[in-house]
Design a protein around this ligand. Structure first.
Ligand code: FAD
Length: 468
């Protein structure tokens, strides 16, 4: 582990590279960068450097690498596994590297600096009547460099894939400061190993992404959003298969949430409108989008599902604000969960067909282990990705509940593993899941990853103590 104070003469050189506006060592300002947004981790660094272009990133990294100074890249600091929390040395904030470099509407691509905020890229695409589909709750503050470095998922993976699937080219500053310009805007390019995929999902451990060429899609002119009530995830899965078959390629999101998740949101806010008379065990939030007009398909699918007793009730949003209301219910769940006290969270995935079995087993076993535990289960059924979050029961003290963390984690991850799933679906490994990484990945897999890291970053200066 690298633990050293950055020498004064190196700090002076770094300050000179980026100029007065490009650095801070002010304790209050640094605090926001070294602290994880929920306060789960607090790291430390000697300086925050904010370069404005790739050359500055390269010069900063060259200087740090030559002296073995650790470097942690940071985007919007919205990550959920502590991956952007520095452990000494220099924190490179990509905040000022935020230009849209180019939009090519005929090639359907946008080339952006890594520090562009996701929402700004969506808007830039809309302005030229194109659509950039990556979408997640943190889109107003997370950056595309962070999205790519975590291979972010979000609510449209079902139709468009993860962040990885939306990239054609990358520009990366390697751990020794060299710039790799892989900003190709090609849909076909079989020229040896596809290097960009090494850096996507690498959580800043192999270099700093400085720019990307992203795919754009036709604007989605019509949208139908429905909130559907049902008894169990089994029905949710059956309904999803029916919609997939009958609605052609229009299905773009299929989220589920359990009753406790809905109760939590409704208990915390009176601003969101609950459209049913009674509470139900499970809900699906479904969105169909299309570049052309969507005819009556969702209405007829849901009315048949109701007749067949597959669902208990359903409301299709009449207008945009109703649709936004449904999405706000879904997005509010992780935000309000802290109101229930301490929580133990899991971001698992299993094959889509196994989600009902996972939920059945996991809910039953955690309740046997900790009676009265609150299970806040929600997520992306369409991707087999469930956020299986557990909240402190009112009858248990915080410490006593958190002491159960290792055994509850083990229980949940073992069920996922037995069903062919993963302990980390979309949030990554960071600091949080390094033990699980060594437990659930094969020795061969870990060794290949270690060799890659050693080769690309022999001094181990890039975001040390993360992932491996
Ligand atoms: P940071 O948190 O700053 O960094 C994350 C990692 O990327 C760190 O390892 C960091 O070192 C590295 N990094 C950042 N920028 C660069 C760069 N330019 N080059 C190299 N490495 C870099 N995630 C999902 O996948 N799906 C969701 O649906 C989702 N919903 C969320 C909802 C909320 C309300 C919140 C707060 C978070 C959510 N997240 C979700 C998690 C988070 O938003 C994503 O992981 C996001 O991609 C992180 O982007 P960021 O810019 O904040 O990165």
């Amino acid at each position: 582990m690298i633990k050293m104070k950055t020498p004064e003469h190196i700090l002076t050189t770094l300050k000179e590279i980026v100029g007065r506006k490009g650095w801070t060592n002010d304790e209050d300002k640094i605090e926001n960068h070294i602290t994880e947004w929920r306060g789960m981790w607090r790291g430390y660094c000697d300086i925050v450097i904010s370069p404005v272009n790739t050359e500055e990133v390269s010069s900063v990294i060259k200087v740090c690498n030559a002296s073995g100074i650790p470097v942690t890249p940071q985007g919007g600091n919205t990550g959920l596994v502590g991956a952007a929390v520095p452990e000494g040395g220099v924190l490179i904030s990509l905040n000022r590297l935020n230009r849209i470099r180019d939009i090519d509407i005929h090639n359907n691509t946008i080339t952006v600096d890594a520090g562009c905020v996701l929402n700004e890229i969506q808007i830039a695409a809309e302005n030229v009547e194109r659509f950039f589909p990556l979408s997640l709750g943190a889109e107003g503050s997370c950056q595309i460099g962070g999205n790519l470095s975590t291979n972010a998922g979000g609510i449209r993976v079902l139709r468009y894939g993860n962040a990885r699937d939306l990239v054609l080219g990358l520009e990366v500053v390697l751990p020794d400061g060299r710039i790799w310009n892989g900003l190709r805007a090609l849909r076909k390019d079989n020229t040896g190993y596809d290097l960009k995929h090494l850096f996507i999902g690498a959580e800043g451990t192999l270099g700093v992404i400085t720019a990307a060429v992203l795919k754009l899609f036709p604007c989605q002119k019509d949208c139908k959003t429905a909130l559907i009530a049902m008894d169990s995830p089994k029905e949710a899965l059956k309904l999803m298969k029916i919609i997939e078959t009958e609605a052609n390629d229009d299905l773009s999101s299929y989220e589920i949430l359990n009753r406790e998740s809905m109760e939590l949101v409704l208990s915390q806010t009176s601003e969101l409108i609950y459209p049913f008379n009674n509470l139900h065990n499970w809900y699906a939030l479904v969105e169909l989008t299309s570049p052309t007009r969507i005819e009556q398909e969702l209405e007829s699918i849901l009315s048949n599902a109701f007749k067949d007793k597959l669902i208990n009730d359903a409301v299709i949003a009449n207008n945009k604000s109703q649709a936004i209301n449904f999405w706000k219910i879904r997005e509010a769940i992780p935000i309000y969960q802290s109101k229930l006290g301490a929580s133990i969270k899991h971001d698992i995935s299993v094959p889509v067909s196994k989600v009902p079995e996972f939920l059945h087993l996991a809910i039953q076993l955690v309740r046997e282990k900790v009676p009265e535990i609150k299970v806040i289960a929600f997520g992306h059924l369409g991707d087999g990705n469930i956020h299986f979050n557990l909240s402190q029961p009112p009858t248990k003290e915080v410490d006593a509940f958190l002491n159960e963390r290792p055994s509850l984690n083990h229980l949940v991850y073992e069920i996922a593993a037995k069903l062919g799933g993963s302990f980390s679906a979309e949030h990554g490994i960071g600091k949080l899941k390094r033990n699980e990484m060594h437990h659930y990945c094969s020795k061969t897999e870990i060794r290949v990853m270690q060799k890659l890291k050693e080769n690309i970053d022999p001094k181990g200066t890039m975001n040390p103590n993360k992932i491996l």
